[in-house]
Design a protein around this ligand. Structure first.
Ligand code: ZN
Length: 505
């Protein structure tokens, strides 16, 4: 037909999504700038601009026009004729649309204001070691989070409404089941290691390590992982993160500490794992909601795989250690065996972000249990320091000497991010399950790592996980790749095999 085909509803929707995507690109670039190098006086203006832009996106995503398009596209005759990818796009857009429409604009503004205000008081409380400074703000945030869950709706547990924002499809009931099983096994194993095992030496990790040389090593390891520097860059930030600006620009940040060789290395590898995921999503999804990770948990499974399963493995260091020794004189007389053991020390420690891979999930469980009880109004904010310390005693047998290294250590609650913590744990569990499957399908896995050849591993991750972006729900993706639902045995088996050797159990 002359004049071409009339634009269908799905094309119209995609045009709108493309417009929204442009705003996201600008905002991401501004976020990156604020975290990496923007001058102090820029913050107030930039924050206002970001606020305006997110309001603009909110209005675009909840407009009448958007509602009409979704309505038309979900009519049976329209929907049935869409491709599988387009059906998924419509489903995701509809889910967001309905979620946003459930939250009154005034409420969203109030929540944003409350949380950005609360952060100041969280910083102050932490600095002064005084929970009571943060308490009234946290009380308000908890109250608003409960309200948010009520607006969003849920079937069983109120916490489900919040959890679903980070881990679609995951239910509180399922999480509780996982934790009940895993907690006992982990606590027992940690006790075995710390009581019966032999703790390795670690002093050499904390000598003075030249910052420029640390940077060279960071770049080398990213190159080894096939992170594409033509489509990204590495910078410094106080709290390392990865951010996609656009499909040709996925940036990593890390941080360097002179007195700890581990920090920059493993931060870089962790963020590199996130970045490889983002760089590997299929280009056909660009400018749609499919151009994203499947969930926070799946994203974390990628970073944790590179950081821990590969990056803290003996085979990896068998290959990479000569490079480290060449770069740092301090390691000249340290054997690869000793270095490997030192970076795998298991400790009952206070701070989640510094925790080793064995104790890490215990830190997350404690937070989940507190959050879930807060949102369901079984406990009160004022009792948090006490509850926190009791749980630390129970799971890790240590009690924080003050709240700064206890209940005040994480920023998440000040952000109002209730429901986020479980993703960290799920990431660890997913990564072990993927790893098990990967080893079945790549018979030379160990040998290839010892040669520093990660191409089959990256290809496996690309074709099984990365390229699909957000096409599948996390549990659907897990089943598709591994043939079964989440099974914590893979994680425990992985830990037992590795750490029984490190600790000579
Ligand atoms: Zn991460």
């Amino acid at each position: 037909m002359l004049g071409g085909r009339k634009m269908g509803y799905i094309e119209k929707l995609k045009e709108k999504l493309k417009d929204i995507s442009k705003y996201h690109q600008i905002m991401s670039l501004m976020h990156w700038d604020l975290e990496t190098g923007a001058p102090e006086r820029s913050f107030e203006y930039a924050s206002n601009t970001l606020g305006e832009l997110s309001g603009k996106i909110y209005r675009m995503e909840t407009s009448e026009e958007m509602g009409d398009l979704i309505n038309k596209l979900t009519q049976k005759n329209e929907y049935d004729n869409l491709s599988e990818n387009d059906k998924r796009i419509v489903d995701l857009v509809k889910k967001d649309y309905e979620r946003y429409r459930k939250l009154p604009e005034e409420f969203v503004k109030e929540l944003t204001k409350t949380t950005s205000n609360a952060q100041k008081y969280w910083v102050e409380a932490r600095k002064n070691n005084d929970f009571s400074i943060f308490q009234p703000y946290l009380e308000k945030i908890v109250k608003m989070s409960i309200q948010q869950a009520e607006y969003l709706g849920y079937d069983g547990n109120r916490y489900d409404a919040l959890l679903d924002m980070y881990e679609p499809g995951m239910k509180t009931k399922e999480l509780k089941g996982i934790i009940e099983d895993l907690k006992i096994r982990l606590v027992d194993f940690v006790n075995d290691l710390t009581e019966k095992g032999t703790k390795p030496e670690e002093d050499f990790l904390f000598e003075k390590y030249d910052l420029n040389k640390q940077k060279e090593i960071s770049i080398k390891v990213l190159e080894l992982m096939s992170y594409n520097f033509k489509a990204g860059r590495l910078d410094v930030a106080a709290h390392p993160f990865t951010i996609r600006i656009n499909p040709g620009d996925v940036r990593i940040t890390t941080r360097y500490q002179e007195k700890d060789i581990r920090d920059s290395f493993f931060s870089t590898v962790h963020e590199g794992g996130h970045a490889l995921y983002e760089q590997g999503i299929s280009n056909e999804f660009v400018d749609t909601p499919l151009y994203d990770g499947a969930s926070m948990g799946i994203h974390e499974s990628q970073s944790r795989f590179w950081e821990n399963i590969l990056g803290r493995s003996y085979d990896f260091w068998k290959y990479f250690y000569p490079e480290m020794q060449k770069t740092f004189d301090q390691l000249k007389d340290v054997s690869v065996e000793d270095f490997y053991k030192a970076i795998n020390i298991v400790e009952k420690s206070l701070i989640r972000v510094d925790a080793d891979e064995v104790t890490y999930n215990l830190h997350v469980m404690l937070r989940f249990e507190i959050e879930e009880a807060l949102i369901n109004e079984r406990i009160k904010v004022e009792d948090l320091p006490k509850i926190w310390n009791e749980k630390m005693k129970e799971y890790l047998d240590i009690v924080p000497e003050n709240d700064s290294v206890g209940v005040l250590q994480d920023v998440h609650w000040a952000h109002g991010s209730f429901g986020y913590f479980p993703s960290y744990m799920l990431g660890n569990l997913f990564s072990a399950q993927f790893y098990h499957k990967m080893k079945e399908e790549i018979p030379d896995y160990d040998k290839m790592i010892r040669r520093g050849d990660f191409s089959s591993i990256l290809n496996w991750l690309r074709s099984n996980i990365h390229k699909h972006g957000k096409k599948y729900e996390p549990n659907e993706l897990l089943r598709k790749v591994t043939g079964e639902k989440l099974n914590v045995d893979y994680f425990m088996d992985y830990l037992k095999e590795k750490y029984s050797k490190v600790y000579k159990l």
